[in-house]
Design a protein around this ligand. Structure first.
Ligand code: NAD
Length: 279
């Protein structure tokens, strides 16, 4: 018996990285999965979004656990597409018990050089997209008078960061959404929390701008991430963390073990945030 047997989890950004790890982990513990993602590239970003092959890979991972997986290509910025995704999920499974609003993007620029489109793409995806996903899923949870929601924020939801002011603004905003939703949805027995990952080893941290940031200037590479992340936390020997550490936190937050936990931002960051003035 898995602790999530009979549950259905709706996960955005599920094609790769943390979202795929969340899908596989919740499935291993008994949940059927709705895996939502989108594809393509954005002019304001210097790395690509997931591919349809990535999303298919998530389906295979979930199905290898014996659970069902409905994959849906939808953009979290698109109210109609996310509404359709929720309706298709309910048609397929009858209910949604767990929401992990994880889809997100990253880009970098000094604030005085940041274009309107760069600011807007990150706010629209990382903040408004999280709100739109929560808004679309909430009615079915309210109707069934139960649900567990995890929104993906970041340590940048709790501290600033140089050269990605839009990302920090969005991730701080996610915590406002989380706390307000916890207040509104608590009376309906729906818990709402956030995870605040530190440096996680996914495509979002494996592109040139992040390598250069970790290098302290141009010319960074994969080893810059590996070395830079090692100095990020306070736990000896921990660098860029595997996505699984976030999935394990998500699993606990959506499980009955966390039945009394709501309105909380949970950092999983090797202790990074207790270092005063790190940034
Ligand atoms: P990732 O790039 O591997 O995964 C993000 C996923 O979101 C991709 O599959 C992408 O296609 C999808 N996505 C992006 N825009 C979308 C949209 N508009 N609609 C639907 N799907 C969309 O990176 P990741 O590290 O797995 O990121 C997952 C979450 O964790 C993000 O919210 C990110 O901001 C957050 N986060 C990441 C780190 C890190 O160090 N990697 C740290 C803190 C927080």
């Amino acid at each position: 018996m898995g602790q999530l047997d009979g549950k259905v989890a709706f996960i955005t950004g599920a094609a790769r990285g943390q979202g795929r790890a969340h899908a596989a982990t919740l499935a291993q513990h008994g949940a059927d999965i709705v895996a939502v993602d989108t594809t393509g590239s954005r002019d304001s970003m210097n790395y690509d979004l997931a591919t349809s092959e990535d999303l298919e890979g998530t389906v295979k991972e979930v199905e290898s656990t014996g659970r069902r997986c409905l994959s849906i290509t939808a953009d979290v910025r698109d109210t109609e597409a996310i509404g359709d995704a929720v309706r298709r999920s309910i048609d397929e499974f009858g209910h949604i018990d767990i929401l992990v609003a994880n889809a997100g993007i990253h880009s970098m620029a000094p604030l005085h050089e940041m274009g309107d489109d760069q600011w807007q793409d990150v706010i629209d995806t990382n903040l408004t997209g999280v709100f739109k996903t929560l808004r679309a899923v909430a009615p079915t949870m309210i109707e069934q008078k139960s649900g567990a929601v995890v929104l993906t924020s970041s340590i940048n939801g709790l501290e600033g960061g140089a050269n990605y002011i839009h990302y920090c603004a969005a991730k701080h905003g996610v915590l406002g959404v989380m706390r307000s939703a916890a207040l509104e949805l608590g009376p309906h027995r729906i818990r709402v929390n956030a995870v605040c990952p530190g440096v996680i080893d996914t495509p979002m941290t494996n592109y040139q701008d992040v390598y250069d940031m970790m290098n302290g200037g141009p010319g960074g590479d994969r080893s810059s991430l590996e070395e830079g992340a090692t100095g990020y936390g306070i736990l000896d020997g921990q660098g860029a963390l595997p996505a699984q550490v976030i999935s394990d936190a998500v699993l606990w937050l959506v499980s009955d073990q966390a039945y009394a936990v709501t309105g909380q931002a949970i950092p999983v960051d090797s202790g990074h945030l207790v270092q005063p003035g790190f940034s």
